[in-house]
Design a protein around this ligand. Structure first.
Ligand SMILES: NC(=O)c1ccc[n+]([C@@H]2O[C@H](COP(=O)([O-])OP(=O)(O)OC[C@H]3O[C@@H](n4cnc5c(N)ncnc54)[C@H](O)[C@@H]3O)[C@@H](O)[C@H]2O)c1
Length: 253
């Protein structure tokens, strides 16, 4: 399928995991992909892999929590490919999640870092990308939320708050710019077995997460990438302001 032929798409947070799979899928669908990540070597690895498959991609190191750095990322995209058509905002500080205990115990630096990367960072990418999308007559954004934005948990309050914030950001962007041709949606994955989770998570936790699904298997990064590609393509052109679960039926709403 070549639903994204020649579109310029930025994936913010694409060195590993869901973002890397999304960048790869978007390139397979014909997009020219800007692979942004704090891990500049990892971003280069993703871009090199895409080029090895015959796709088009450049890597840019950046920090989503830093306004100037995000501005430079968007500038790099437009300078390299002459404009911007779509964005997948995906970065999340997964190191902080492990120390995201509860609101009485949490180190405030972990709370602040989680907000800075997972929520403020997503707003910063929107802020700098939207004028470029509007300059092309419209465009699409997909944010990576999580089912944690809907469910309750005794742990990870900062993570869940940022993901609920992303849902609100999604609705705001769709409401403010929908009439100008902007679509903003979010994907809310359930547990996705990235190599890090597959090898790092205790087997009993993986079993209990599988039990919570209505599926025979765990999620894969490619499951989310397929939804991102659909939402960024014209096939998703009547979908706006939505948070779509990709979770094997874990949360039914
Ligand atoms: N894996 C899951 O089960 C799952 C489930 C629901 C939602 N998510 C969300 O998917 C996204 C990706 O998660 P993942 O599991 O692929 O983890 P990951 O750690 O592989 O991916 C996160 C990416 O964000 C990058 N990043 C972190 N801080 C950054 C910063 N300051 N600036 C720029 N880039 C930065 C990392 O380097 C990494 O490449 C996250 O937003 C996460 O919350 C993951």
């Amino acid at each position: 399928m070549h639903r994204l032929k020649d579109r310029v798409i930025l994936v913010a947070g694409a060195a590993t995991g869901l973002g890397a799979a999304s960048a790869r899928r978007l390139a397979q669908e014909g997009a020219r992909v800007v692979v942004g990540d704090l891990d500049a070597d990892g971003a280069e690895e993703t871009a090199t892999g895409i080029r090895a498959e015959g796709g088009e991609a450049v890597a840019v190191g950046f920090d989503i929590s830093d306004d100037t750095s995000v501005r430079h990322l968007v500038l790099a995209a437009t300078r390299t490919y002459g404009g911007l058509d779509a964005v997948h905002v995906n970065a999340g500080d997964m190191g902080a999640v492990r120390k995201d205990t509860d609101v009485v115990d949490i180190d405030l630096a972990i709370w602040d870092r989680t907000i800075a990367v997972n929520l403020r960072g997503h707003m910063l990418v929107s802020r700098h990308a939207l004028p470029e999308l509007l300059a092309r007559g419209g465009g699409a954004i997909v944010y990576t939320s999580s089912i944690a934005s809907f469910t309750g948990d005794a742990k990870r309050p900062a993570y869940a708050a940022t993901k609920a914030g992303i849902n609100a950001l999604t609705r705001h962007v769709a409401s403010r710019w929908g009439k100008e041709g902007i679509r903003a949606n979010a994907v809310a994955p359930g547990l996705i077995l990235t190599p890090e989770i597959e090898h790092g998570a205790p087997p009993e936790m993986l079993r209990s997460m599988l039990n919570r699904t209505r599926s025979t298997r765990h999620g894969r990064a490619e499951d989310v990438a397929g939804m991102v590609a659909y939402l960024l393509s014209d096939e998703g052109s009547w979908v706006n302001g939505q948070v779509l679960n990709v979770d094997g039926g874990t949360v039914l709403r």
